[in-house]
Design a protein around this ligand. Sequence first.
Ligand code: UDP
Ligand code: MG
Length: 339
Amino acid sequence: MGDSVLIPENLAINNGISETIAAVAVVVPIYNEVESLPHLIEAIATALTADKLNYEIICVDDGSTDGSAQLLKQLAQTRSNIRAVLLRRNYGQTAAMAAGFNYARGRVIVTLDGDLQNDPADIPRLLAKLDEGYDLVSGWRKDRKDAALTRLLPSKMANWLIGRVTGVNLHDYGCSLKAYRSELVADMNLYGELHRFLPALAFIEGARIAELPVRHHARKYGRSKYGLGRTFRVLMDLLTIWFMKRFLTRPMHVFGLLGLSSMLLGILLGGYLTFIKLALGVSIGHRPLLILAVVLLLTGIQLFSFGLLAELLMRTYHESQGRPIYRVREILEPIVNNS
Ligand code: UDP
Ligand code: MG
């Protein structure tokens, strides 16, 4: 039982866990985690077989140089429920996770780190929570075991800021241990380091989100792949998210308004200067106001045309991929009687 892969959709199982979470894909990005890997697989298997869940582990090797890929190959060949996706080079955690999502077949996707900092024993609890009717359950490392100054402090500030900007109030965005309904992940495109913002992106798509305290351990093997530089990248990604949330489908509302106001002000100032020059004969060549008028007018035209371009781009973005501007949760139709 423990080694079986995914069950077909119509096979209900009766161990008290609903069908929705019967097929679980565990996605793990791996970058130079060779010592942790065997322990990780063991821990996941233990946690999920104890709960009689049908699962598959998708390990994405992100161009490791320490033999993780070779080990993964062996593991995938000897165990039936491990799939290894080996990337050609190091693309970063977000890309590794996106690859995992692409190759995951479960109805529920669980993500966690490959360094054993997350505890696989928490997975069944996340799944149970998801089963209460949520689309995404995010782990919260309540008692986090990382360096205080370089990690915890920036993370606290980032979490606060992300909460303010996105309107999703989670304590811990950075926790990789999360469970998703797979249809949620299927149409999310990840760029930059956006994996951290999956809850925010999901929220934009109308997902129901819950948070659950999970265990966290200090790193036993290997080294962390990140330093302080991450803070800056997170901030930039946050700006993107903010823009997407507010204006993705209506860029003209920002740029048009800004552009027109700027243009209008420029025209007024220009008009005033023209008037005093022509009607009153005052010299205006040395006036800072002239520069301001010109700058406002030019900026206005630029912003306005940028808004128009953004409208075109937005349409291409949605229409080329068949992405509707809404997400349907459920459709209830009358039962047709064919007799
Ligand atoms: N990781 C990856 N590609 C990278 C960097 C990291 O796949 O370029 C993986 C890494 O193997 C680990 C997870 O992402 O499983 C989180 O990395 P890390 O533990 O270094 O981050 P931290 O816990 O220090 O925030
Ligand atoms: Mg870690």
